[in-house]
Design a protein around this ligand. Structure first.
Ligand SMILES: [Fe+2]
Length: 348
């Protein structure tokens, strides 16, 4: 319990006021007020642990005064004084936050008991509040530490991704920068087909890593200028699986794995590695597939010359529903994404 608890007795009648003071003065710091106004003045000047408040005074309704005091200092305990016990009075006082009520004339033991109870409750409430404050502070520190750790992980992730992309670029000079470019286009397409911000972010990450598996394909095949043999093409076709296998153990790239694995699936089911068809292929993988193809068509490759934007549009129309999801083809053409992409790549 607090040391020297401060108690304010508010009653316009001298008799009950003094009676209470006599009961409490030996154990507490007791102040008295003979009117509602005087009580408010005292209350403004200092904080009391407990107030014993007459419910009927000439200048103030005790319940109104109680409400005012509770509003200003919710932790101050208030005990009401009433001349007679009535359910109505008690309910009203308790509803406004009074701890209890005392009936005139006072019973010494009842007064001491209710005051002890009030002071104990105030002490406990203060204790809980101070512990809550400590917890909130500790929680804030923890949140800051988690945020710092998360940013660290993000930075490590970015560095890891950059290293992996650089490794693919170093191996396949013809596709250098291809990953970053298709990430841009895949992002534009994802936004136009209603993907959420999180999905678009995932598409970007997967687009950057989609050809990671080429690390496992011999350079002689990747760099070959002539048409690939069936056996060589079989090896190239392994790269989505190799990429997915490299990324699978990395926990924070879990959601990227299926997009890397299925970026060569075709809408009509003739793609690889699993021959998934239509909506069996995740939307984000279909987005990466079409962005990948558009960038490839617009680039000079060992085995083919770059196509013009119009030729690419024609090719998309031709391969809609066979190679590509028709909804994505429509979104690209309707929103002029090929022309926008050509300008973006030119400026980068
Ligand atoms: Fe690929």
């Amino acid at each position: 319990m607090t040391n020297n608890p401060q108690i304010l007795i508010v009653d316009d009648e001298l008799g009950p006021r003094e009676a209470l003071r006599m009961i409490l003065r030996d154990n507490y710091q007791v102040a008295v007020a003979a009117s509602g106004k005087e009580a408010l003045d005292c209350f403004e000047k200092k904080e009391y642990d407990l107030i014993i408040l007459d419910i009927r005074m000439p200048d103030f309704n005790g319940v109104d005064l109680l409400a005012k005091m509770k509003q200003k200092a919710p932790d101050t305990e208030v005990v009401m004084i009433t001349a007679y016990a009535s359910v109505e009075t008690a309910t009203k006082a308790l509803r406004y936050g009074a701890l209890d009520y005392l009936i005139k004339p006072f019973d010494r033991a009842a007064v001491q008991d209710v005051v002890e109870k009030g002071l104990m409750r105030r002490h406990n409430n203060r204790d809980i509040k101070s512990k809550l404050k400590e917890l909130q502070l500790a929680n804030k520190t923890l949140e800051e530490e988690v945020e710092f750790a998360y940013k660290n992980i993000q930075n490590h992730y970015s560095e890891t991704v950059s290293s992996l992309v650089a490794a693919v670029d170093a191996k396949d000079a013809y596709t250098k920068g291809h990953q970053e470019r298709i990430a841009k286009l895949a992002q534009l397409i994802g936004q136009k087909v209603g993907c959420s911000a999180e999905e678009v972010e995932l598409i970007k990450q997967a687009a950057i890593l989609h050809d990671l598996g080429k690390i496992g394909v011999p350079e002689a095949i990747l760099m070959k200028r002539d048409k690939l043999s069936e056996a060589e093409f079989k090896i190239i076709k392994k790269h989505p699986v190799i990429g997915a296998e490299i990324l699978s153990p990395v926990k924070f790239l879990k959601e990227v794995v299926p997009l890397v694995l299925y970026h060569h699936e075709r809408f009509d089911g003739t793609g690889y590695p699993e021959g998934l068809k239509g909506l069996q292929i995740p939307l984000s993988a279909r987005v990466i597939c079409i962005a990948d193809a558009v960038d490839a068509m617009l680039s000079n490759r060992p085995y083919s010359q770059a196509k013009t934007a119009d030729e690419v549009k024609k090719e998309l129309r031709k391969c809609s529903e066979s190679h590509f999801d028709p909804r994505l083809v429509d979104a690209i053409l309707k929103n002029n994404l090929i022309d926008i992409y050509v300008l973006l790549v030119k400026d980068s």
